[in-house]
Design a protein around this ligand. Sequence first.
Ligand code: FAD
Length: 469
Amino acid sequence: SPILMWFRRDLRLGDHEALSAAVAAGHPVIPVFIYDELTETLGAAPKMRLGLSVSDLAKSLQEKGSRLILRRGEALTVLRDLIAETGAGAVYWSRMYDPQTRERDTKVKTALKEDGLEAESFTGHVLFEPWTVETKTGGFYKVYTPMWKSVRDNDVPDALPTPATIPVPDSWPASDDMEEWQMSAAMQRGADILASHCTVGETAASHRLGAFIANHVANYVKNRDLPAVDGTSGLSENLTYGEISPRKCWHAGWRALHDGKGDAETFLKELVWREFAYHLAYHTPRITTGNWKEDWDSFPWNTDERLAEVKAWKQGRTGIRFVDAAMREMYVTGRMHNRGRMIVASYLTKHLLCHWKIGLDWFADCLIDWDPCSNAMGWQWSAGSGPDATPYFRVFNPVTQLDKFDKDRAYVKKWIAEGTKTPSATALSYYDMIPLSWGMTAQDRYPDPIVPADVGRKRALDAYQDRGF
Ligand code: FAD
């Protein structure tokens, strides 16, 4: 009887444990993608980007003589329907670690097993399963550096090859039409602009890794902090949808290190930050919804999304150039440089004293590399409420940071049009993306800071100290 291969955030054919196991079982394989309630609630940019990835996977499967069956509905109901229609005896998938997905998957697995079916989950989204990495005294790592030291020399299995063929069923069940799902509908304006900044699919991801290793990893340590420089891998977008496996990236990093490119170690370390995020979410699911350090629950954050400061932050008109450039970069490209992410998160939570959840939600709407675990860890790290977080007194100064990391203002010029005679095309593309109701034009005067860097810093430190930190 056929095996249903339930694709989720593992949208590739190479180095795919679940798919390879399904093929090896020697039964027909029916690849499925389900638009369920977790898909429905995705933010605008992640949903659109997911749609592009699903289409690309469908094409790859077609090239192999297989198909991707698309269905919409509650995951368990859809799977049971497909089982009834096809006589499938098993469902395979790759594990995920955020609490919402785990809740759904546990329910699905339990129910299918009760139905007498085989329901099996496989590794693939991480290098190290969260229950396999423990501190010397037992328990999971709450601090990054010791975790890195404990895993860096671990054996990571070689990447699996892409199956040469995928056995097909005698007849295919019906499939939805992707167009009808309208996955870019929430983008309103600018879906095409956003799409032009995406690098979609397994082949593109693989090229991206190759180009990064060939051209950029040797100077990664210096360049990775410069937002105007193309110095990082850009692979977060592909890793989050599983268009490339983390172990393929890991092995490429190790090979570069052995080839004498010492900076590759820092790239490997970044991959372990990603692992750290999943491990934390697995062991302490509350990280995605509430303060990881619970004593932060009494901190008097602003939680009102309607505040003028919040609006200015989202719209990239705080009057603080580094913040505004980064917020606009995200709105147009669906990505934000890591330095930018740290600066805008620090500014929102410290200078503006706003709850990190406001930022978390906005990122979840705008990022094409949105990942529930990395996003939550990043925000709580920035706010100070998370594990191994930046201490409260480390308030990034967005003005001096600009002098340090964007000395010639190339990043600012790339994203801010106001006040320049010849704005860059990228800065102007912002106005093609934003809702007309924001009422912004390139001819506006660039705003004065809504909260100047020094005033905000003092206000933040006072607020923290008042709480007895
Ligand atoms: P590279 O520098 O090339 O790094 C290689 C890979 O390592 C990345 O692709 C990514 O998978 C991983 N990585 C690097 N830095 C981190 C990190 N700090 N945490 C976790 N993984 C990391 N990353 C996301 O993938 N999705 C998010 O939703 C996300 N939200 C963030 C929110 C905030 C407030 C902050 C401070 C960081 C967030 N990050 C998130 C982490 C980081 O900014 C991005 O992973 C990175 O900028 C991606 O660019 P890159 O692929 O070129 O990274």
